[in-house]
Design a protein around this ligand. Structure first.
Ligand code: SF4
Ligand code: SF4
Length: 483
């Protein structure tokens, strides 16, 4: 057992109101500089929708992530023959139109315009060329709230694969906040010829060393989530840094701190690095279970012993033992990874949305009145859509989460009305009374310190060369000791 620690964020999609406060707080702190105008390290997309950059999920086009190649996996974007050619030309990069041409408004004109018949206006101008933009044709969330959905959202790949294009606008809409996933098998890192990207040994945060980066942009091509950006001013790659200067001082990430819906959870997971390679070779539909199987219980004495041997401190073990992420991902199995089939093993997790609890196929919402659990297929958010988004196409996994979430609602309704439900209904969803109350507390009542369990860490205590060197998942077989 090779125990590693990873700091992880989880998102409860039912609670996201799409206010973008998280994106703004991130932008104000980290990407408010020349060359970073178009970067949104944290962005919030409307789903169904094309997202940001447009159609980032389409790996036929962008060739991000990993593919199974015999008995190993290899980067989709880097074949031996093409890698050298691509040193000076990256054919699969998103263009500026796929992000959007960053713009601002000429507010000075409102104050300084000469007297005239018409009211002065603040015209849009390009932050790149400085020239006026007659018509804005894109932004970081262009299909916000299904705006222009017939043009944009209908091209959502998950929707197409789930064969829901015809009916989606009568079905559902939800928000999807995204940051870098600080993956266990980061494609960005594996693709970098300069080895500028690295994964920190102590917490698994993936960073770009600005002194080493030479601007090859292989990382931008290889990241299937398009969460590395090229700074046109500095000529270097930049990405979400998991707010490490905040986390190192015990503060939660700016996006999570400012989240209006309190949808975010931050905590530590322990995992067995020895099993990563084999897990990545599983079929798409088996990847969620394979990743879950790698996650270790920090209360298990054998795990603690192996973790201590790898240099994981008592404070981190204590934080891992009360991690809300462990509760959501492993204990109750209600949080799922985004597009596990990209095989980067993302370390952010999503609790799929159930709300609004309405049926389009019948009157299943009325079952709530009678304390009955409807079949997940009859709910408003299609199981197939979430299966494409969060489970490598595995419907059973999503159905099991949906059933748990719905049962929890029925249970709490019964509790609040003084009409407790039959324990058999809870058991059928894999819950018991104590577990249901704990899950409800985490979803609805938990305060700041329950939602965010960040262990203390001090950089000066870390080894000076605390990088997981190398490229691809091979690096994960090195322990701190033998590095
Ligand atoms: S999402 Fe994963 S592959 Fe993409 S930049 Fe982050 S760590 Fe790298
Ligand atoms: S601040 Fe929270 S609720 Fe608002 S968009 Fe961001 S994740 Fe959603």
């Amino acid at each position: 057992m090779d125990v590693r620690a990873q700091i992880v964020m989880a998102f409860h999609l039912d609670k996201c109101i799409g206010c973008h406060t998280c994106s703004i707080s991130c932008k104000n702190i980290w990407s408010d500089r020349e060359g970073t105008e178009y970067m949104w390290w944290n962005n919030v997309e409307t789903k169904p929708g094309l997202g940001y950059p447009r159609a980032w999920e389409d790996q036929q086009r962008y060739k991000g992530g990993w593919v199974i190649d015999g008995q190993k996996i290899s980067l989709k974007s880097m074949r031996k023959t093409t890698s050298l050619l691509n040193m000076f030309f990256q054919p699969n990069l998103p263009a500026i139109e796929d992000y959007y041409e960053p713009f601002d408004f000429d507010y000075a004109n409102l104050m300084e315009a000469k007297s005239a018949d018409d009211q002065p206006v603040a015209e849009a101008y390009s932050r790149i060329t400085g020239q006026p933009i007659e018509q804005i044709k894109g932004s970081a969330n262009w299909d916000d709230d299904l705006g222009g959905s017939r043009l944009y959202a209908a091209r959502d790949l998950n929707l197409q694969q789930a064969k829901l294009v015809e009916e989606y606008d009568t079905l559902f809409m939800q928000y999807l906040p995204r940051i870098c996933n600080h993956c266990l098998n980061p494609a960005c890192m594996a693709s970098c010829p300069s080895r500028a990207l690295y994964k920190r040994a102590e917490d698994g945060v993936v960073l770009v060393d600005q002194n080493i980066c030479r601007g090859w942009r292989f990382c931008v091509s290889s990241c299937p989530y398009k969460k590395v950006y090229f700074n046109w001013q500095s000529g270097k790659a930049e990405k979400c840094i998991f707010c490490y200067p905040r986390v190192e001082t015990g503060q939660v990430n700016a996006c999570a701190q400012s989240c209006v819906g309190r949808i975010r959870y931050v905590g530590v997971l322990l995992y067995d690095a020895e099993g990563v390679e084999a897990a990545l070779l599983k079929e798409d539909a088996e990847l969620v279970q394979a990743t879950r199987a790698l996650i270790l219980d920090a209360r298990d004495p054998r795990v603690r012993e192996a973790a201590a041997a790898n240099g994981i401190s008592e404070e981190w073990l204590a934080a891992a033992a009360r991690s809300p992420i462990y509760t959501l991902v492993k204990e109750f199995e209600v949080a799922l990874p985004l597009h596990p089939e990209f095989r980067t093993m993302p370390m952010t997790y999503y609790i799929p949305s159930l709300s609004p609890v309405l049926s389009v196929y019948g009157e299943s919402h009325k079952l709530l009145e009678h304390g009955m659990i409807p079949e997940p297929e009859t709910l408003r958010v299609p199981v197939d859509y979430h299966a494409r988004l969060l489970a490598g196409g595995n419907r059973q996994i999503v159905e099991s989460v949906m059933k748990k979430m719905f049962t929890l609602r029925v249970f709490m309704r019964g509790e609040n009305l003084g009409r407790p439900i039959d324990p058999g209904i809870l058991a059928a969803a894999g819950l018991d009374r104590e577990g249901a109350l704990r899950l409800y507390r985490l979803f609805a009542l938990a305060g700041y310190n329950e939602r965010n369990v960040i262990p203390p860490q001090q950089r000066e205590d870390q080894e000076s060369e605390s990088r997981r060197k190398g490229a691809g998942f091979g690096i994960l077989t090195k322990t701190r000791k033998n590095r």
